[in-house]
Design a protein around this ligand. Structure first.
Ligand SMILES: *Cc1c(COP(=O)(O)O)cnc(C)c1O
Length: 424
């Protein structure tokens, strides 16, 4: 089926007389007639539900839809995008292991990898997404277990050369994990370019209405864990906490990764989405294909307007011919990228402050990818602890404004931006 149809009808097919909309199974637990029946579930001998920390039918319908959209073999929801990225990495990395990551990634993920996972004994090397193949190869170590990047980075808006990163990962016998939050599978499907695992913050466009925080992990089923057995003992040797099951043997290439992340990491960390949130997320997914087109069109229209304005110093948006990411954007995102545009004003931080408080439609928020346009000056909010030099090095100069174009009319958004620029 086409992605547009999957958005509307994927993941759940009601039987005769069953609810047309996905049911919210608001139950922590599930009833069985015999202990033997339940024992089979605990042994992973039969599939079914027993406790909503591990799996819940509502969440599974929505995970299945996201799995179909990405073209994967298995998927799971998590309680946030942070949990999705942590689980995706920690499912295959343990104390003593190493990660290669693009340097332009979401700040929360950067902290997760560089600070919190470092405390767990997992080290990382960050590489410029525009690095050469040689520079990328030089970042690998014998203990490297995964490569990580974002299709379109938040907030740097760099575009990942997925084929280049996948090739390097596979030459070193490890999977490429891609956070596909900004383009969503409507504008890019990383599996088609060689990525092995995809993650999402469903809080963003997938929900699209700023109504729930959530995440998702999807497996392409293409990575052959058993061919690199020595690197991935968690998947390829018996799990003593599950009566000696070897995930890669029992669930195969298509199912091992998600089964392990569910039955081990979700069991132990409990980053479980609520069925209510999964239901709300599904309402967003039903119109994702319609909304992404408008977000991308509005992003491009705003970027083009800003680029020509005399008070604007630079604009980051891969849909602009002047962008260093234009060509790579045309390759991976031919139908549009997303609604997030970042730009710098000639008057720097002070001008950004005047501009933002003069906006009427765009609200100042720590959020992106919402139906309502919002904006943020990272230097005075999320990156407040950094001085101007540190901000420059992190790719978020003091005067940078991140604007997430919503679903309003492009004319109204541009008129609002124009009047706010006049106030500087
Ligand atoms: C927001 C975001 C995250 C974190 O997601 P939460 O749902 O806020 O936990 C991860 N990656 C990217 C690209 C994001 O934009």
């Amino acid at each position: 089926m086409d992605r547009d149809t999957i958005c509307v009808q994927g993941g759940y097919t009601p039987g005769n007389g069953e609810p047309r909309q996905i049911p919210i199974v608001q139950s922590t637990t599930f009833k069985y007639n015999t202990s033997e029946d339940m024992g089979k579930l605990f042994d992973l001998e039969a599939s079914g539900y027993f406790y909503s920390r591990l799996q819940n039918p509502t969440c599974d319908y929505v995970a299945k839809k996201i799995c179909e959209l990405e073209g994967g073999t298995a998927a799971m929801l998590t309680s946030s995008g942070q949990a999705a990225n942590f689980f995706a990495l920690f499912n295959i990395c343990e104390n003593g292991d190493h990660i290669v990551s693009s340097s332009t990634i979401y700040g929360g993920t950067y902290n997760l990898i560089s600070v919190t996972m470092a405390k767990m004994g997992i080290s990382a090397t960050f590489v410029d997404p525009l690095c050469s193949e040689e520079e990328l190869a030089a970042a690998f170590r014998p203990n490297t277990k995964a490569v990580f990047g974002e299709t379109i980075a938040n907030p740097a808006l760099t575009v990942l050369d997925i084929e280049k990163f996948a090739k390097a990962a596979h030459e070193h016998g490890v999977p490429l994990i891609v956070d596909n939050t900004f383009p969503t599978p409507i504008n890019c499907r990383p599996f088609e370019w060689g990525a092995d695992i995809v993650t999402h913050s469903t809080t963003k466009y997938m929900d699209g209405h700023g109504a729930q925080v959530g995440g998702a992990i999807v497996d392409s089923g293409k990575f052959d864990w058993m061919a690199h057995k020595e690197k991935f003992p968690g998947l390829c040797t018996p799990d003593e906490s599950y009566h000696g099951i070897t995930y890669a043997e029992k669930f195969g290439q298509g199912g091992a990764f998600i089964t392990k992340a569910t039955s081990q990491l979700m069991r132990d960390f409990g980053s479980t989405p609520s069925p209510q949130n999964a239901f709300i997320l599904n309402l967003g997914l039903e119109s994702l294909h319609v909304r992404m087109k408008r977000h991308s069109d509005n992003g491009l229209a705003v970027a083009r307007f800003l680029e020509k304005h005399p008070k604007v110093e630079y604009v980051n948006y891969c849909g602009l011919e002047s962008s260093p990411f234009y060509e790579i954007g045309q390759k991976y995102l031919p139908n549009g990228s997303c609604g997030v545009v970042s730009f710098g004003l000639k008057g720097g931080r002070d001008a950004a402050g005047i501009f933002m408080k003069s906006l009427r439609l765009a609200a100042i928020e720590t959020h992106v990818a919402d139906a309502r346009t919002c904006c943020l000056n990272p230097a005075s909010s999320t990156h407040r602890q950094m001085n101007d030099q540190e901000l420059e090095a992190a790719g978020v100069p003091a005067g940078l404004v991140r604007m997430s174009c919503g679903l309003e009319s492009a004319e109204d958004l541009i008129a609002d931006i124009a009047q706010a620029l006049d106030k500087i």
